[in-house]
Design a protein around this ligand. Structure first.
Ligand code: GDP
Ligand code: MG
Length: 432
């Protein structure tokens, strides 16, 4: 189970709570701790987080009209964002960046990715291979630099990293951004520390960046502290966020030093790198990719769709209201994540997923139904009706049955949610 899944499950467990008392919070915190420890977040971090949540949740009362679950989600979100630190806004100016890290952390890949990142934004960029310990380091970076279309400097066979750094700085002095790749180790040792120090001296970088991969989990925290103590790092790049499934490493690394997470690596391709956005990171862990924009989108969608909450009555839920709802839900963007988080797993997902085509198809199919059929979907179990509607709308029987199936899913979900007291207020807000 990954961290996000664990967190979402913990949140799901409190969904039935109607009041927030010490017991509810403690139970929730236990789940949260379990999820985070499983995801390899460092123990002290886990405890400080759950303490923060407990204090905040018990000290203040949820604002009127807010379900306990939404309230706690909000607190958890705030605390997690605080924990991972601020988002990073890359500066587009002349700069030298020294990358360090252990074997396989993704230094060499990141060097080329970063150079491309800046070059794509209008700066010229180059990379220097100062990895003097791995035999094929030179060729690897040379190839990646070619792929990324950035300048490359290296001295094959030269054992002195500082010497390469010096010559490389000279050779690439016209480039706005110069990134230096260095040797790795299985663990930070005195020889590497002294090599990094001497490269640092001649290269004189504006940023000293530790590259660590998310997969290593809580070891990331220790690693960050060690590098920080040895060569004072100014930032961290967390790679392999795509494959980790855990995400705990990033949390630990982000918290282990005063250095912030600058970028995250999200794949092996040269474009798979993005500036760290703490809200997005936590949001996607919790299953709410854009928490801030969500409320706004919900409001806009309701207004745009002209839904009056009083109008939609589950007893009278018919094909017309189905279409209106689907249209409104479609406008809300990444809604399926929120629905998933709220346990509404059975919503017709692909119908929600950006499907203008499907929507207009549904519109035509519904228009081909008789008034009676629109108000009573049970009639649509009859084969000859389905065939007639398909013919009349120029679609297939399969299309018609799919619509009926999506309709039933939505109706079922709405029914369940209406019976859920916590969900009621949210739904009223949503206009369902
Ligand atoms: P180094 O030893 O620190 O220089 O690490 P490398 O740059 O050689 O990367 C080690 C391996 O990790 C390579 O196979 C890379 O393709 C892979 N890698 C690096 N960054 C990422 C990432 O963000 N996502 C994924 N999936 N793989 C990555
Ligand atoms: Mg390397």
């Amino acid at each position: 189970m990954d961290l996000g899944e664990g967190l979402r499950q913990a949140l799901a467990k409190i969904s039935r709570a109607t009041i927030i008392d010490a017991k509810t919070i403690r139970e929730f915190n236990k789940e949260l701790q379990k999820a985070m420890l499983t995801a390899d977040v460092e123990v002290p971090l886990v405890f400080s987080l759950s303490k923060g949540i407990e204090e905040k949740a018990l000290k203040s009362k949820p604002p009127a009209g807010l379900a306990p679950r939404d309230y706690i989600t909000n607190i958890v979100y705030d605390e997690l964002v605080k924990l991972v630190g601020a988002s990073y806004e890359p500066v587009l100016k002349r700069q030298r960046i020294l990358l360090m890290g252990l074997y396989g952390s993704g230094k060499t890949t990141t060097a080329a990715k970063l150079a491309k990142f800046y070059q794509d934004r209008g700066l010229s960029a180059g990379v220097i291979c100062c990895d003097v310990s791995r035999p094929a380091a030179y060729e690897q970076l040379e190839t990646l630099a070619k792929q990324a279309n950035v300048a490359f400097f290296g001295m094959k066979g030269e054992p002195d990293a500082a010497k390469i750094a010096k010559a490389g700085s000279e050779a690439l002095k016209d480039k706005h951004v110069v990134i230096c790749d260095t040797s790795g180790r299985n663990a930070l040792d005195p020889a590497l520390i002294s090599e990094l120090k001497s490269v640092n001296k001649v290269f004189a970088p504006e940023s000293k960046v530790l590259v660590g991969c998310a997969v290593i989990g809580q070891v990331a925290g220790r690693q960050t502290s060690e590098f920080d103590a040895a060569v004072k790092i100014s930032g961290v790049v967390v790679t392999k966020m795509d494959g980790s499934g855990k995400g705990g490493g990033a949390l630990s690394a982000a918290n282990a030093s005063s250095a912030h997470v600058l970028f995250i690596g999200t794949g092996e391709r040269m474009k798979d790198i993005e500036p760290f956005n703490s809200e997005k990171f936590i949001g996607s862990l919790l299953g709410i990719p854009d928490i801030g924009g969500l409320v706004e989108r919900v409001q806009t969608a309701i207004t745009d769709a002209g839904i009056n909450p009083e109008d939609v009555d589950i007893e009278k839920f018919n094909m017309d209201s189905f279409y209106t709802q689907l249209k409104a839900l479609n406008k809300m963007g990444p809604l399926k994540n929120v629905l998933g988080m709220m346990g509404m797993s059975d919503m017709p997902k692909d119908a929600l997923e950006k499907s203008e085509g499907k929507l207009s198809k549904y519109k035509i199919i519904i228009a081909s139904m008789t008034k009676a059929e629109r108000n009573d979907e049970k009639l649509l179990h009859e084969r000859n009706r389905v065939a007639r509607i398909a013919r009349g709308s120029g679609t297939t029987e399969q299309d018609v049955r799919e619509l009926v199936s999506d309709f039933n899913k939505m109706k079922r979900q709405f029914h369940m949610m209406k019976n859920d007291r916590n969900m009621k207020k949210f739904l009223t807000k949503m206009g369902a």
